[in-house]
Design a protein around this ligand. Structure first.
Ligand SMILES: Nc1ncnc2c1ncn2[C@@H]1O[C@H](COP(=O)(O)OP(=O)(O)OP(=O)(O)O)[C@@H](O)[C@H]1O
Ligand SMILES: [Mg+2]
Length: 676
């Protein structure tokens, strides 16, 4: 019988006489289709085509081989239990008829009807058999539907890409519902979780270290019935999983179903991407910060440069104005000091002001890097030694002074006078930062600067002169501006704000660097880097205290500015020297060629057409063996002269000393070096 057959006909097996015909007629009368079968084999064949029930006479089955029927019945599908109506022989009640009991065993679902019977009895039995059979058909339909859904579920379960399992909660040693066992697991489970043969395994045996977490998550689902979706690492196998879990409804067991996927690769890619993004962001911000810092530095450098140019220009002009002023004042002083004390006081006052102006201008020139420097190898340790008393008296007794110089320190290329000034400036700053006392440590060491150190120095050996104090320190804003000319935090009249500008300018002009670092409340460190010299410094120079002129000289004075020239000539004559004054190098050379005899030449540096250095070079070329003193004010760039110099504006005494040194040392003759 086909699975879908819903046959409602009756089959009748009553081989004797007219029994079959009578029975079929009765059934037909009641509206039930009925077919008579001639033999048991025919019955079995017709049964295979489909039937609702069978009416059979007792004789038909007692005389036949029942094995085929019995096996047909045994082979029925689970929903089917074919009803029989057995027409027994008269008086053949069950209790008196042992054969009937056997028939009951063979046919199963059988109703006995004793002959003769009333037609109504047969019809009612037939109807109830038919109804019973209909219910079996219904059961078959439901069974089929169930099977197909189960089949569908199986196929899905086995072929789905996600891992799937059903877990059943158990009461474990950690309490009720504290463990679960894997009841069902699909093929993808192992692929995603990395664990084989999960069915039958308890989570506490499977992943003991992390079982608590998994149990807690799924027990919540079991107890609340709320499905969850989450991501979690299965530590045991190192997999990142994306999971969803829901309670298995309609089950009489405490079960939860879990669907999950291995997302390790995606997670890794995400992590890598995030890391990449972060490093990229960091690198970009580092690069931006670097660039900003470089730009800020450039702006700072440009600002200082511009200020330097401006300052240098102004200072030069002021210097030229100051020279005749001081010269004239000196002369006036000599002339009137004795006769007119009041005039002498005025002149003194004017001279003092002029002196202050001179100092100011020299610091401005220092910042502008236009100082006329007399650079030579300087024994820094010796210089520090010589300054100890001066520094100690400048800083007062409340501050401890320590001076440390490295042994066998190389000489530094510097102008000793300017270096002393710079050092004094730094010490005074340190003193001012320590009103309540403290310590100043001055040290000198040799340092080697590599090409990758960005402190604005080219690679090489330097002498580093450090002044470290334990004072108030500077905040960022002050530190950033400290070097600026005229920047001062000191009260009006106390600081010009030119101290550090001068130190910075000096360092730059010498090919070194000046670096300030400071921490508020801790103190300040000032490092002055000076190029180390290949030569050694001569013994510390002795300053001449005696200003009196030891002999009268004939001096050739060269200056293009009449006011300055006249003033200087007057000073020289006042000292008793004989002076020939000319307005330029050309006339000077002409005068010399004419055969005039001179003891020394005093020449201005800045002159049109031929400057002091060029003039000196020309003298050297002509082999005129005369000592030359160059009066400098504004050296006009990075110029380094190894000739004796006298800085403008100068006092009578400065001039006297310079001349004395010049003629006392005949080797100081014309040798000039111009820096590249
Ligand atoms: N050692 C230091 N400790 C704390 N602040 C300092 C130190 N040195 C310099 N400064 C700060 O830098 C500013 C500028 O210093 P700078 O030497 O150029 O000028 P000044 O000392 O104010 O004036 P001047 O040197 O002309 O007397 C100071 O006013 C001060 O604020
Ligand atoms: Mg200062």
């Amino acid at each position: 019988m086909k699975r879908s057959t819903v046959s409602e006909r009756a089959l009748v097996l009553a081989p004797r006489g007219r029994d079959a015909a009578v029975a079929t007629a009765m059934l037909a009368e009641a509206g039930i289709e009925a077919d008579a079968c001639a033999s048991l084999p025919e019955l079995i064949q017709r049964l295979n085509e489909g039937a609702a029930f069978v009416v059979v006479t007792e004789e038909a089955i007692t005389t036949s081989n029942l094995a085929p029927l019995s096996s047909w019945l045994a082979d029925q599908e689970e929903w089917s239990d074919l009803p029989f109506v057995l027409l027994t022989t008269r008086g053949g009640g069950l209790e008196r008829n042992p054969a009937a009991a056997r028939h009951l065993g063979l046919l199963g679902n059988v109703t006995f009807l004793e002959r003769p019977f009333h037609p109504t009895t047969l019809i009612s039995l037939a109807h109830s058999a038919l109804r019973g059979r209909r219910r079996q058909y219904d059961a078959r339909a439901r069974l089929l539907a169930l099977r197909s859904s189960e089949h569908r579920f199986r196929t899905l379960f086995d072929t789905m890409d996600e891992g799937f399992c059903v877990i059943r909660f158990l009461d474990g040693e950690h309490g009720p519902l504290s463990d679960y066992v894997h009841v069902q697991v699909n093929a993808a489970y192992e692929r995603h979780a990395g664990i084989a043969n999960a069915v039958g395994q308890r989570v506490r045996d499977m992943v003991p270290d992390e079982a608590d977490g998994w149990v807690a998550l799924y027990r919540e689902v079991l107890l609340t019935g709320e499905a969850i979706r989450f991501e979690r690492k299965l530590i045991a196998t190192g997999r990142f999983l994306e999971l969803s879990a829901f309670r298995v409804e309609g089950s009489d067991q405490p079960e939860v179903a879990v669907i999950f996927q291995d997302t390790t690769a995606r997670k890794r890619a995400e992590l890598e991407l995030r890391e990449l993004n972060e490093t990229l962001e960091r690198r970009v911000s580092e690069a931006v910060a670097e660039r900003e810092a470089a730009a800020a530095q450039l702006v700072e450098a440009q600002k200082l440069e511009t200020l330097g140019q401006l300052t240098g220009g102004v200072a030069h002009d002021v210097n030229n104005l100051l020279t005749p002023i001081t010269g004239a004042l000196d002369l006036l002083h000599r002339k009137y000091a004795r006769e007119d004390p009041r005039a002498a006081r005025w002149i003194d006052g004017a001279l003092q002001s002029a002196e202050r102006a001179r100092l100011l201008v020299s610091r401005l020139l220092g910042f502008a890097r236009r100082q006329a420097l007399e650079t030579r190898p300087v024994d820094v340790a010796g210089l520090l030694d010589g300054m100890r008393d001066l520094i100690a008296s400048s800083i007062g007794s409340g501050i401890e002074l320590k001076i440390l110089s490295a042994a066998k320190l190389k000489s530094a290329v510097a102008d000793p006078n300017q270096l002393e000034l710079a050092l004094l400036n730094l010490c005074v700053n340190a003193r001012d930062a320590m009103p309540g006392g403290g310590e100043i440590r001055i040290s000198a060491h040799e340092v080697i600067v590599g090409s990758d150190e960005h402190i604005g120095l080219s690679a090489g050996a330097y002498v580093r002169l450090s002044v470290v104090d334990t004072g108030t320190g500077m905040d960022k804003a002050t530190l950033a501006r400290a070097i600026e000319p005229f920047y001062s935090t000191k009260e009006l009249g106390k600081g010009t704000g030119l101290g550090l500008s001068m130190v910075h300018g000096l360092a730059a002009q010498l090919g070194g660097a000046f670096i300030l670092s400071s921490t508020v409340g801790k103190g300040t460190r000032a490092d002055l880097y000076l190029p180390a010299s290949a030569e050694n410094a001569p013994m510390a120079a002795r300053y001449m205290e005696d200003v009196s002129v030891s002999r009268f000289l004939k001096i050739l004075l060269v200056d293009d500015e009449q006011l300055v020239r006249d003033g200087t000539a007057e000073m020289l004559r006042d000292m008793g020297h004989e002076v020939v004054a000319v307005d330029g190098a050309k006339n000077a050379l002409a005068t010399l060629e004419e055969g005039g005899h001179f003891d020394a030449i005093l020449t201005d540096y800045m002159m049109p057409s031929m400057n002091g250095a060029q003039f000196a070079a020309e003298l050297s070329r002509l082999d005129i063996g005369l000592p030359v003193l160059v009066v400098t004010g504004y050296a006009g760039g990075d110029l380094e002269i190894s000739l004796p110099q006298l800085a403008k504006p100068f006092r009578r005494s400065d001039l006297a000393i310079a001349l004395e040194r010049l003629v006392g040392n005949k080797t100081n003759v014309v040798a000039i070096r111009q820096r590249q």
